[in-house]
Every structure is written in structure tokens, then in C-alpha cells.
Design a protein around this ligand. Structure first.
Ligand SMILES: [Zn+2]
Length: 221
């Protein structure tokens, strides 16, 4: 974030829309599932609307809410997972974009409630460690929002038990990259386990690379 020119509200909305469409076309969701949010320069949050086709979605369809969840702009209702996104934005001022999706391999891990292990160097740098599994709470509730947000303080992704993935990032393109990387890694780990036992990274490497993630997120090791 530091050193990059700040995006305007219109630019953030366009980035959010592009990311929502990419989430669909890259197969992280099907139909109208999943949702994306981004923080605007004034501190409000722009979110994808509830139950609308991503392919025909336009800038006018996006919804702006304040951090208390009140709609301040837009003619549609915000995503039913609004609380999930706002809870993470409230807790982590350095997080400016969030995504929830039902990526296939991530959801396989979420159903069996297994963390996705941090066994690839690049993955640790972008995610900060294993992707843990948050405890089950019902979709769309404040309890789910609080439970899930609590897990992404030092990493960029968490699995939602029996549901899917939640990812956080610096901006919409960053969170799209993270969600795609986590899904790709979930597939690789799933396949590798069929070939044999996965050899973990050395602990020192994991700690060093997790430090790179923290530094990239907060500016501090
Ligand atoms: Zn969902």
C-alpha cells in the first residue's frame, strides 16, 4: 500500500466489479454465489449486491455501506454475507479488500475440516501460514462474521467449516490472487496426498516466509 498512489472511489468500484467477474470466470464460484468487498477512500465499504448475475453486473449495481452495515449508496440490497466482510474490515485497518467464494478444492477441505497446509514457499509468502478452519456458524449471521474474522489476523485466508473460503488482501486484485493461489494449492495438496506423504517445509523457512507476509501486510516483521 505504501508508495502506491491511492485509488479513487470510482477506481476501487471498477476494481471490485472486475474482481467479482473474474471470481466467476475463474471458477471460484458458480451462479450468483460468493461476494467481494473493498474499502473506499472515505472509509465506507463497497460490496457486491445480493443474488445478481456477475456477467451483467454493472457499477450501478454495487452497494456502499458504512462499517455499521447501513446502506449509504446504491439501489440494491448488499450481499447476505455483508457482516462477514465488514467484520474483517473493522478489525484490520490494513485490509482493504475481502472475498468469500465456494472454490471447489477449498470447500473439500472445509467439508472435512482440514487446514490447507503451508507446504509451498510462495504460498507462505502470500498467505502467512496454514489456512485454518474456522468453527461452523450459520451462513449470513453475525456469529459467522465474528468467528471467521478472528482467524485472519496474521494470514490472508481461512476456511469456513462446511461452506467455503474467505480471503483478505490489500486491494481487489490482491484478494483475487490470494483466493486463486489458495484454491490452486488446495488442489495440489489434495493430489499430492494421493502420490504419497507430503514433506513439510523446514520450520525456519516457514517462519521466515511468514515474516515476509506480515511485513507485506503491516510494514513490520
Ligand atoms: Zn457462501
Amino acid at each position: 500500500m505504501s508508495g502506491e498512489p491511492a485509488a479513487t472511489a470510482d477506481e476501487v468500484k471498477q476494481q471490485l466489479l472486475d474482481t467479482a467477474k473474474e471470481m466467476l470466470t475463474s471458477g471460484l464460484v458458480q451462479g450468483t454465489a460468493g461476494n467481494v468487498a473493498a474499502r473506499l477512500p472515505d472509509g465506507n465499504v463497497v460490496l457486491t449486491p445480493s443474488s445478481l448475475d456477475y456477467l451483467t453486473m454493472g457499477l450501478d449495481d454495487l452497494v456502499v455501506c458504512n462499517l455499521d452495515g447501513e446502506v449509504v449508496e446504491g439501489h440494491r440490497g448488499p450481499t447476505s454475507e455483508k457482516a462477514l466482510h465488514l467484520s474483517a474490515m473493522k478489525r484490520y485497518p490494513e485490509i482493504n479488500a475481502t472475498m468469500h467464494c465456494h472454490a471447489k478444492h477449498c470447500t473439500m477441505f472445509a467439508l472435512t475440516r482440514q487446514p490447507i497446509p503451508a507446504v509451498i514457499e510462495e504460498f507462505v509468502v502470500y498467505v502467512g501460514g496454514d489456512v485454518p478452519v474456522a468453527n461452523y456458524e450459520t451462513t449470513g449471521t453475525d456469529d459467522l462474521a465474528e468467528e471467521v474474522a478472528g482467524w485472519v489476523g496474521d494470514r490472508s485466508a481461512v476456511l469456513m467449516a462446511n461452506h467455503g473460503l474467505f480471503a483478505v488482501g490489500k486491494n481487489p486484485a490482491d484478494v483475487m490472487h490470494i483466493a486463486g493461489l489458495v484454491e490452486r494449492t488446495a488442489e495440489i495438496v489434495w493430489g499430492a496426498r494421493r502420490l504419497g506423504e507430503i514433506v513439510p517445509l523446514p520450520e525456519a523457512t516457514n517462519q521466515q516466509f511468514a515474516g515476509y507476509y506480515r511485513y507485506g501486510r503491516t510494514g513490520k516483521f
